[in-house]
Design a protein around this ligand. Structure first.
Ligand SMILES: Cc1cc2nc3c(=O)[nH]c(=O)nc-3n(C[C@H](O)[C@H](O)[C@H](O)COP(=O)(O)OP(=O)(O)OC[C@H]3O[C@@H](n4cnc5c(N)ncnc54)[C@H](O)[C@@H]3O)c2cc1C
Length: 290
């Protein structure tokens, strides 16, 4: 394909797919989407797209963007948290460098009362991501994502919950080898239920991040017994109307809103979502706008 044609294809792909899930290239785009959700009693979690950064210049630019995002959240009085990928703040350069950046951002956010999540990336990053999390946990105001497709997660979740950590439970979005992750979707879901039970038993406050309605219904039932501080979270553009329904029923709900020019890897993960092209098509053509 010549350059002009490939440019057109990429423009169309960006408009059709990325436009559905990604707020736009700038902080102001993310804020607009977040405020729209806020007006419907839904909180936000904003993520600046980017991963596997290896240039310090790019990393320091990313940190500036997050700082300006925190400033905007405060100046617009938005109900929004932020979520950071360890490899966008330098984990691929060194653990110590990422830690310095993470603590700097977490401290700036804490001073303004903005909660900070650590996204979880590939299985090779889990140990360092948990270490990063522990480095900030004593100061509070931080949470970490744990993936139910990983065989190790039961141990991780039990340990983090018993240390008072705040967990966002997801199924997991990367392609992982059999030795570390359950390959079968049903097994991933079964493990989600197991891990969720551990959270209800051992944790006061956590986040159920899924579009899987039977899991959400089970969480609502469990919470009648345990009375935990739970929030539900979904990705922007997948099941916005279900998020709205949950919020209208009085549940705490957040939408994860990615923004930034690096839309491709994120969109591929959503498209790949365990190979369910029909699901993606459904989310594209069903009503999503709030
Ligand atoms: C708030 C939030 C934060 C996340 N953070 C991380 C993270 O840090 N690290 C990580 O690895 N993963 C993260 N994820 C992604 C997660 O791991 C899953 O890949 C994603 O949520 C799909 O899994 P599911 O739990 O919705 O279940 P699934 O079984 O995949 O989906 C349940 C139902 O949701 C709908 N659905 C799901 N995905 C799509 C789609 N792409 N298009 C259309 N319909 C769809 C379908 O109806 C499907 O039947 C996050 C997800 C959320 C909601």
């Amino acid at each position: 394909m010549d350059e002009a044609k490939s440019g057109i294809v990429s423009d169309i792909a960006e408009r059709v797919f990325a436009g559905r899930w990604i707020a736009g290239p700038y902080v102001k785009d993310a804020m607009n989407v977040a405020l729209r959700f806020n007006a419907n009693c839904i909180g936000a979690i904003i993520n600046y797209l980017g991963e596997a950064l290896s240039e310090k210049k790019e990393i320091s630019y990313t940190i500036d963007i997050y700082s300006s995002l925190i400033g905007s959240i405060i100046s617009k009085s938005a109900d929004s948290q932020i979520s950071i990928k360890p490899t966008q703040i330098g984990l691929d350069i060194s653990y110590q460098y990422a830690k310095k950046n993470y603590l700097k951002l977490a401290s700036a956010a804490r001073k303004k009362g903005v909660f900070v999540w650590l996204d979880m990336e590939e299985s090779s990053k889990v140990d360092d991501t948990i270490r990063l999390y522990y480095s900030a946990l004593k100061f509070g105001n931080v949470g970490i994502c744990i993936q139910s497709y990983l065989r190790r997660s039961e141990e991780d979740i039990t340990r983090i919950a018993s240390s008072g950590g705040i967990i966002r439970l997801v199924k997991g979005a990367y392609t992982e080898p059999e030795e570390v992750a359950y390959g079968d979707r049903a097994e991933v879901t079964r493990n989600y239920y197991r891990l969720m039970q551990i959270l209800f038993t051992n944790s006061r406050k956590f986040m159920i991040a899924t579009h899987d309605m039977p899991i959400i219904k089970r969480a609502l039932i469990l919470n009648k017994k345990y009375h935990r501080e739970i929030e539900f979270a979904m990705l922007n553009g997948i099941r916005n109307m279900d998020a709205l329904y949950l919020a209208r029923k009085g549940n705490a709900v957040r939408i994860y809103i990615p923004f930034g020019p690096s839309w491709l890897k994120y969109s591929i993960r959503r498209l790949r979502e365990a190979g369910h092209a029909s699901l993606v098509a459904r989310s594209l053509f069903s009503r999503q706008r709030i």
